[in-house]
Structure formats: C-alpha cells, structure tokens
Design a protein around this ligand. Structure first.
Ligand code: TEU
Ligand code: CA
Length: 549
C-alpha cells in the first residue's frame, strides 16, 4: 500500500515561538510555553506544527539570521526542552515541521567569522565576496531590507552579498563544501525525528552568480530574474533530496519569493524535487513595484484569479499550500476581511476559505481566534527590521513618520508578531513580565479563553471546520472548480472527488449579495455556515456556507 503522503491531508498550525507563550517570565515566548499549550494545539484538530526558526540567533531578523544551526536559541530553551516538545507532539500524533534558513546565515556564524579573516581561507567561498566597482558595490542589487545588497568589509576590502539584512550574508551554494555542511545539519535534525522542513528562501539558493546589474525598478521582478530561480536550483535541490531527504520519512516545503506558476512545477519533481511549495501570488496583489511599503488596492477578481492560476499549476501533479497570513504579513482578517463591524463574520469566512480550498492549509497562530492588526503609534514601537529599514527608505522619498506609519500599519510584519491572546488577564496571559512586543489592546475582548466558552466563536467555528475537513476526503483530494460569477463580491467554488461534491459560497463584502438563481437552487444541505441557516437567495455580509450536493 503506497504510504499516503500525510502532508497532503494535513492541516498545519504555524507557531511564531517568540510570541506564543512565555513560561519563565522573561517576556519572550519559549519552547516550554508551547509544551504548556500542547492540549490547546491538539484541540484545534490540526495535524502538524510549523515552528519558525528556533536556532541560536542574534535576532536581527526574528531568528532568520542563524549563528549556530545545532543549538536552540537560549531564550527559547534547551535541547532537552526541544526533545520534550517533539515527544509531546508525537505523543498527540502531531508532526513537527522545522524552519531551516539556508539561503543565508548570521554574520555571527563561525563560518562567516572565519570567512572574513582573509582572502584565501577555506571558508572564504562559503559566502559571496567580490571587489567593488569604481569604489562602489559590485552591482546595483537592492536588499529586501533597504539599501544595497552588498556590504563593504573593511578588513578585506571586499564586499559580501546579503539579499536581506547586512547581518544575513548569503551562503554560496555553488561551493560543494558548504553544501556538504548544509546536508550534515539537515541530517542532525532529521535524525532527531523531525517530520518536515520548511526551506526558507529556497528559491534563491541558486542566483545569477555573474552578478549583472538589475535592469528593472520593480523589486519583485528583480527577485524573479536575478535572485531566484538560478540555473543550478534543481541540481541543488535534487542533490539534497538524494543525499539527505530520501533517507528519511520527511516532508519538504519550499518557501521563496520568485516562485511563479510557470516555474513552480520545476521545484516539485516527483523524484528529485520538493514535496510542496508556498506561493505568494495572492500575497503580492496589494503590493506595487516598490514592494511591501508600496501598497496598491486589490480586487476580489484578482484574488480569485490567483487561486485559479495556482490550482491549474498543480492540477495534475505537484502540491501547493494554502495560507492567507503568516509572520511576514498583516493579520488575514485585517488585510482580506473587515476587522471592525464584520470582524466575526469575515474571520470565519476566511477560515472557511482556508479549510475548503485545494492544497495543504497553513493557519497562522491567532488567526483561529481572529486576531487583528495592531496599530504602531511610532516607528520606535516596531520590532521588525523590515519596517525599521523601510522607514529609512521612506524618509529618502520624503515621507513623514505619520505617512509611513499608516502604510506600515497596513502592510508591516509587526502586525503578525504581537503576543498570542490567551485570556483577559495581564498581558493576555502570554507572560507575567514585560512582553518583548506590546500585546494588542483588544485582547480583553479577543482571546482564547473567552471564545472557548462561546459556541458561536471564531475558535469553535474553526474547530468545526477542521472536523468537517477531516471527515470529508473531498477537501484534501478533490478537484477545485470556481464558478465565474459576474458579481465582484462572490467567491463560489465546487470541490469534487469520487462520489462527493461540495459547494462553497463566500460573500466577500460588507453588503447583502443576491445569489445567482442556479446557485440558490443547490443550497440544500449545509454542512457549516457562519450565520444562522435560512433559505434565501440573499447572502448576508461576509456570509460563508459549505453545502453538500
Ligand atoms: O521571507 C522571504 C520572503 O518570502 C520575503 O518576500 C518576505 O515575505 C518579505 O518580503 C520579507 O519580510 C523569509 C522569512 O519568512 C522572513 O521572515 C525572513 O525575513 C526572510 O525569509 C529572510 O530570511
Ligand atoms: Ca520566556
């Protein structure tokens, strides 16, 4: 019997450890805090947990700057805590997906410290070092975090490449000894029984290493053409597959800007590729050419088109993830829904979309209770390097702090990193100390404890959705066929597999919307909905319903 790929049927819960639960009163979330909450995680009806990086890091970019791949970040706990957490997850039949950041390390990693010592040491080639041109950087590549992607190192007089912060030097995958080191560290964690790897920015491990200037001002275009999808990408992935992953029962999910519907399948070769990728199609529809801090309006039409395009890309093979938020994006109800007058309805509608779509659903911690964006009143409150450097860039464009804050409060990553809201007690039950990041002031009316005891809460609706998804295989394995309604507010689609056929109806707006007659005629047996059931062609604002046909 071919082992069914568990990850195709799984529902994954993403935990940003720093903000989940503080167990030792230092204001920082940690592994023992997650252990305390294992019963809660199990109660959600999810199958796996994806932990954002938990390795030693100076925290320049929220742990995505690793200084030791073999040690747990001391603030998060010890290796013994990790082992206990893994055991606790496995005891509850929950899988663990770890987040490996391999496109770059921290500049405090010993490899980089040795690499920078001289021009000819064995570690020099672990990174990209280049002479400048006419006293400037080797080329015009911009960093994700503002400024040039090159940093001059005074000692050696050469520049090193960092697509992200200057404390995140890019690792040179062209160099076989570096790849061997990467294979070793993967084996270390897989030998411990980790079930999955999220491979951060895997799309950029092969880049244009002839380093030509970018000829476009569009940042996402620069990524696609110069930083990601380089000539040796498939080679590096298939080598890791052959030398490491094939020897374990492990799921690999690739993350990375620059992955497109056209090139995604190349990452997912059945024999030599990854199992799954995160795509960002929908996550960039409200970003202009300037990227995150250049927001533009989005339309439901485009949103629906992205889901269709990506589903077509994976129609016959390959497999995608479905997510509407994570630690890099604003809270889904604030971005795609209405976190004011229709907070409850739009939160539950978005959860319905997540859990009825084709592809593995990834739910970001707190979205199961409808956590919302938090308003920064000054840049100094931001804890995110991307917002802080974004502000520096914005000042060069002449923006005032209030003007930039308005943008950052819409699209910045701080929104997703406020502490999990457990109860209405001090600091929302996240910590009994000063939290590393302020708790969203709405915690006393938006928290787990309050919702656990309310049958119609977002939390209990989410739990009902996971139960529904698990009891009907059509959601994991079925086809996806959207209905192309003329109406801009409706998102309607069918899921079909063997004898089962489902119809999902979502009213993505603040108004009442009339259903097309042929659809209303099908609304016989409702499995779940976020309003009291009634027989009417009128959908209420943000109404969601799942119907068995
Ligand atoms: O993000 C990489 C990535 O996809 C970027 O486009 C990201 O969405 C954003 O634009 C940068 O915030 C991964 C991690 O998810 C992110 O937290 C890290 O900052 C980044 O890599 C560097 O490791
Ligand atoms: Ca702590």
């Amino acid at each position: 019997m071919i082992k069914q790929a568990w990850w195709k049927e799984a529902i994954v819960y993403q935990i940003y450890p720093r903000s989940f639960k503080d167990s030792n009163g230092d204001g920082i979330g940690d592994l023992r805090g997650i252990i305390e909450k294992l019963d809660y995680i199990e109660s959600l009806g999810v199958d796996a947990v994806w932990l954002n990086p938990i390795f030693r890091s100076p925290n320049d970019d929220g742990g995505y700057d690793i200084s030791d791949y073999y040690t747990i970040q001391p603030e998060f706990g010890t290796m013994a805590d990790f082992d206990e957490l893994l055991k606790g997850l496995h005891h509850r039949k929950l899988k663990l997906i770890m987040d490996l950041v391999l496109n770059h390390s921290s500049d405090e990693h010993e490899w980089f410290q040795k690499s920078r010592v001289s021009l000819d040491n064995p570690y020099r080639k672990y990174y990209f070092w280049k002479q400048g041109k006419e006293g400037k950087a080797p080329n015009n590549w911009p960093s994700f975090f503002g400024g040039s992607a090159w940093q001059l190192d005074d000692d050696s007089g050469e520049y090193y490449l960092h697509l992200f912060s200057r404390k995140q030097p890019d690792l040179n995958w062209e160099h076989q000894p570096l790849r061997n080191e990467v294979h070793q560290l993967m084996k270390f964690w897989l030998d411990k029984g980790v079930d999955g790897l999220r491979l951060d920015v895997i799309s950029a491990i092969s880049k244009r290493v002839d380093f030509p200037d970018t000829d476009t001002e569009d940042f996402n275009e620069t990524i696609r053409r110069y930083y990601a999808n380089g000539p040796r990408l498939q080679e590096f992935i298939s080598e890791a597959r052959e030398k490491v992953w094939n020897h374990y029962d492990v799921m690999t999910v690739g993350e990375g800007p620059g992955i497109t519907p056209q090139n995604a399948i190349a990452y997912l070769d059945e024999k030599k590729g990854l199992n799954m990728i995160f795509h960002f199609g929908h996550m960039f529809i409200d970003q202009g050419p300037g990227g995150r801090f250049d927001p533009i309006p989005w339309t439901l039409h485009e949103f629906k088109k992205v889901f269709k395009t990506w589903d077509d890309a994976f129609a016959s093979h390959g497999w995608g993830s479905v997510f509407l938020g994570n630690h890099d994006f604003p809270r889904m109800v604030s971005r795609w829904g209405n976190d004011q007058e229709y907070w409850q309805e739009s939160s539950t509608l978005l959860c319905t979309l997540l859990l009825t779509m084709r592809g593995t659903p990834f739910i970001f911690m707190g979205d199961e209770i409808g956590m919302t964006n938090m308003v920064l009143s000054s840049i100094s409150e931001s804890r995110d390097i991307e917002t802080q450097t974004g502000w520096q860039e914005a000042q060069k464009r002449g923006l005032t702090e209030p003007q930039f804050l308005k943008i950052a409060n819409y699209s910045g990553r701080d929104n997703a990193r406020t502490p999990m809201q457990w109860d209405s007690g001090k600091e929302a039950g996240f910590t009994n100390a000063q939290p590393w990041m302020p708790v969203n002031p709405n915690y006393n009316r938006l928290n787990v404890q309050l919702q656990a005891g309310t049958s119609q809460s977002v939390l209990n609706y989410f739990r009902a959705l996971t139960r529904m998804r698990k009891s009907h295989a059509v959601f994991a394995h079925g086809t996806y066929n959207p209905m192309d309604t003329r109406d801009e507010n409706l998102f309607i689609y069918f899921r079909e597999w063997q004898q089962e056929k489902m119809l999902i109806v979502l009213n993505f707006c603040n108004e009442v919307t009339i259903l097309p007659k042929e659809v209303h005629a099908m609304l016989a047996k409702r499995l779940i909905g976020n309003y009291p059931e009634r027989n009417s062609p009128e959908l209420r604002p943000w109404e969601a319903g799942v119907y068995q046909l």
